[in-house]
Design a protein around this ligand. Structure first.
Ligand SMILES: [Zn+2]
Length: 404
């Protein structure tokens, strides 16, 4: 099968122009207001309906469906990570320079290239035959710091079937591991370091805990492999080197797989803690919560828990997405998992089904070499257009075949 349409450079110019304006509009987490306004303005201009910003500042727009097929949501986010030292960049991070068929800058792949490809890909349906059900395009706040926007949207999602546009080099993604951050606090008894035997040094219990951590139970989930845990930050309550600390706090980074809920992880760690505590020491294990503030002024307590999810390779949405991508690209896409967590986990935790697809090389995300090939953008426009036109009706048809 040949590619359905090879967009000419003239066709692409509005989309690359939009991407360059997105890159030139800085949007660190909590500061996405100008970018959300720009996205809404563009959706208005393209003919989306119900274009709006919600309470937490997410940008939403809809293309009205002509039938009663399930609605679809194409989703990305508005924020990006910090650029660090701008002089370390081969091209200035917010200039959106075009060199050798690539657009350079912070957000080119994570996430403004995929965002532009969703807004413009779905917009190709406007003015033509309507899709069989509503198509929503959404871009949410604070993906990079815990998912305030996605958690808010997932509470009453406009669609259950979702395409998460994180970069995937035009392959289909069906899940990822999650991340749970935990803090283990061990309390002892502080005394002068010249008489350690009269106190309880919590560092010895911590040493035993870390020793046992390497043999703690981990779950496995197919292509995601096994979960992992890594001790990261460590701190005591003391700043004096000649005092036995009363407390030590150890942060743990647990990359979980589906089924490893926070209760499961807490229970496994608690069992180890109970085994290793020295006489006189006690411990407390928590998942910290951070208060995030959106640019609209909403305060949201966000637990350090980004869920994992995995759709089966035979899931109707995955099958339908693979078929449509193959037809649009003229070659079969790979089907795999992401190595990093996305907002898809929050949607999956709320009962939605998120499949992943986006242009751009995810290995360039969060680096000073961030750029996107315009050719990938063009291909993603074709695939997103096909998703908007047919993904939900195809997935639903496959679903009814597989359940017959
Ligand atoms: Zn991202």
């Amino acid at each position: 099968m040949s590619p359905r349409s090879a967009a000419t450079p003239a066709d692409l110019e509005p989309c690359t122009g939009f991407l360059r304006r997105l890159i030139r509009t800085e949007s660190l987490p909590g500061l996405e207001g100008s970018l959300a306004a720009l996205v809404c303005e563009e959706m208005d201009r393209l003919g989306y309906v119900d274009v709006r910003r919600d309470e937490v500042g997410n940008a939403l727009g809809r293309i009205a469906g002509g039938g009663d097929a399930e609605p679809l949501m194409l989703n990305t986010h508005l924020d990006h990570v910090d650029v660090g030292d701008p002089s370390a960049w081969p091209h200035p991070p917010f200039a959106a320079e075009i060199r050798d068929g690539r657009v350079w800058g912070r957000g080119a792949v994570d996430i403004k290239g995929p965002l532009a490809a969703q807004v413009y890909g779905a917009a190709r349906l406007i003015g033509g035959a309507p899709p069989p059900g509503d198509v929503w395009v959404t871009a949410v706040v604070q993906e990079e710091i815990g998912g305030v926007g996605a958690r808010h949207l997932a509470a009453s999602p406009p669609a259950r079937l979702i395409v998460v546009g994180e970069p995937s080099r035009l392959h289909i993604r069906r899940g990822h591991r999650g991340r749970i951050e935990l803090v283990l606090r061990i309390f002892g008894k502080s005394v002068h370091a010249s008489v350690p035997a009269s106190g309880v040094n919590p560092l010895y219990s911590l040493a035993r805990f870390l020793d046992g951590l390497s043999s703690i139970e981990h779950s496995e989930a197919g292509e995601l492999g096994a979960s992992t845990v890594a001790p990261t930050l460590v701190a005591t309550d003391q700043s004096s080197a000649n005092v036995i600390p009363a407390e030590v706090a150890q942060t743990l980074d647990w990359r979980n797989v589906p089924g490893e809920t926070e209760e499961v992880v807490l229970a496994r760690l608690q069992e180890l803690v109970d085994d290793v505590l020295e006489p006189g020491a006690r411990a407390e294990l928590t998942i910290p919560t951070q208060d995030r503030v959106t640019y609209t002024g909403v305060h949201a307590p966000i637990p350090a828990n980004n869920p994992s999810y995995l759709l089966a390779e035979s899931h109707p949405l995955v099958e339908a997405a693979r078929g449509l991508a193959e037809a649009a690209l003229g070659r079969p896409p790979g089907v795999g998992v992401w190595s990093f967590a996305t907002d898809g986990g929050h949607f999956a935790a709320a009962g939605c089904e998120p499949v992943g697809f986006g242009p751009g090389d995810e290995r360039l995300a969060h680096t000073v070499d961030e750029h996107i090939e315009i050719g990938q953008l063009a291909a993603a426009l074709d695939v997103n257009e096909a998703f908007a036109r047919e993904l939900t009706s195809r997935a639903t048809a496959l679903d009814s075949v597989s359940s017959n």
